[in-house]
Write a protein that binds this ligand. Structure first.
Ligand SMILES: Cc1cc2nc3c(=O)[nH]c(=O)nc-3n(C[C@H](O)[C@H](O)[C@H](O)COP(=O)(O)OP(=O)(O)OC[C@H]3O[C@@H](n4cnc5c(N)ncnc54)[C@H](O)[C@@H]3O)c2cc1C
Length: 388
């Protein structure tokens, strides 16, 4: 893929190849996702037919380097795609893109052999899930308890992970565990675990407020034998560093999803505020309504710029932790406000299931929670601002 190479100041232009990518995903969303979004929201069925079509476009292997058979998209390109998919339905978008998240520990920390094996399986059509959160440890990653103990050539894994996206449909999981409980964050490691391993069980999916097309469930590991060769990087204690590198690359694309949902809400408002009349004029002509829509436009532009900046920084090989957190918190919080205001612009109709905006408001809430809550992003920004 042709990436942005200009270093002559700031460029807001996408390359022609990136524009083509954006157009092709926009087209896929219009044809395959938007017409089906309401069905999957109502039924909470997993959107297999859309996933299968997405696989043909390479959407489930977007960030896998071309040398391993993937699309070779950089983080900025993932953001371009992420915004378009979430514009159609952020639940279906999550279902389609969790593979990229689950692949990241392997991409940033895996050995050559591990990359060939596990990234290759995704290219062959398998699905994966990314497992950090536990019932007793969400924001506090270092508080996790799932334990892996070495016995000869295998590790024995015990514990459970919760709120795991695509848990029921994954063929394998990338799982963060404790290998040395005495060493705090230096005692964390990451393994690839085959979903069919004896001792692995996955719960029924949770019944959620939004993003209902995405499967979210709990995974329990009971004396699961995992080959030592599945330890990512083959080094115990490398898990925390891998998780931090993953967050730098995963937060901008997640934030781009919030931009996509916000843009959808804004465009629905543009249409509705011209059609709906009260007191003899279209409602956008009431300043209070017009200003809500102007605020939406400003915040979407600002959020996208932050997201793309955070993505471009990590693509250029720099540190982006502060910007990734700024992008994630700003985009998620802006999108929550924008979708809530969209319901307001639609008045009573906004509250009804037949109209599109209540779904957007339900769907977008989770952007303030997963991949680090909005509070945790602010903690990171403070830490980075005062880093000595
Ligand atoms: C739909 C969905 C899908 C998900 N998918 C995945 C997945 O695929 N893989 C995965 O590993 N996880 C996933 N998660 C889990 C998600 O990342 C966690 O829910 C999130 O990190 C928050 O953890 P928690 O739920 O334990 O909340 P807690 O950590 O218990 O936090 C509760 C509240 O306290 C606040 N808080 C906690 N600590 C602090 C602090 N130090 N300072 C300020 N405020 C604080 C939080 O911001 C929050 O408001 C998913 C969650 C959801 C809802």
């Amino acid at each position: 893929m042709e990436h942005v190479t200009s270093n002559a100041g700031i460029s807001f232009e996408l390359t022609s190849e990136q524009k083509m990518l954006q157009e092709s995903v926009r087209d896929f969303v219009a044809k395959e996702i938007i017409p089906q979004a309401e069905h999957y929201d109502r039924t909470a069925e997993f959107p297999w037919p859309i996933i299968e079509k997405g696989k043909q476009l390479g959407l489930t292997v977007l960030n896998i380097p071309e040398e391993y058979g993937g699309m070779g998209a950089n983080t900025l390109e993932e953001c371009i795609v992420g915004e378009e998919l979430a514009y159609g339905c952020s639940g279906i978008s999550t279902a389609l893109t969790v593979n990229s998240l689950a692949a990241l520990p392997i991409i940033v920390g895996g050995t050559e052999e591990q990359k060939k094996e596990w990234l290759g399986r995704l290219v062959d059509g398998q699905m994966a899930a990314y497992c950090v959160t536990e019932p007793g440890a969400g924001s506090n990653v270092v508080g996790m308890r799932t334990r892996a103990e070495r016995r000869g050539d295998v590790y024995i894994v015990n514990g459970s992970k919760t709120f795991i996206s695509n848990a029921n449909v994954a063929d394998f999981f990338t799982v963060f565990v404790v290998t040395d409980p005495a060493s705090g964050h230096k005692g964390l490691s990451c393994f690839v675990i085959d979903a069919k391993s004896p001792g692995v069980s996955v719960s029924k999916h949770f019944d959620k407020l939004g993003q209902r097309a995405a499967d979210t469930a709990e995974i329990t590991f009971e004396d699961v034998e995992v080959p030592a060769s599945n330890l990512i990087s083959l080094q115990e204690g490398s898990g925390f560093l891998i998780a931090m590198k993953v967050f730098d690359k995963s937060r901008p694309p997640v934030a781009s999803g919030a931009v996509g949902v916000a843009r959808r809400a804004f465009e629905e408002c543009l249409r509705y505020a011209q059609e709906r009349e009260t007191f003899g004029v279209p409602i956008y002509q009431h300043q209070a309504v017009g200003h809500m829509i102007a605020d939406m436009a400003m915040n979407i532009e600002a959020a996208r710029l932050l997201v793309w900046r955070a993505a471009a920084m990590v693509d250029a090989g720099g540190r982006n932790a502060k910007y990734a957190s700024m992008a994630k918190a700003f985009a998620a919080d802006a999108a929550m406000k924008i979708t809530t205001d969209a319901v307001q612009v639609f008045g009573g109709y906004g509250y009804m299931r037949e109209y599109p905006v209540e779904k957007l408001m339900r769907d977008v809430k989770v952007f303030q929670i997963y991949e680090g809550t909005s509070q945790i992003q602010r903690n990171i920004i403070v830490r980075e601002l005062f880093r000595q």
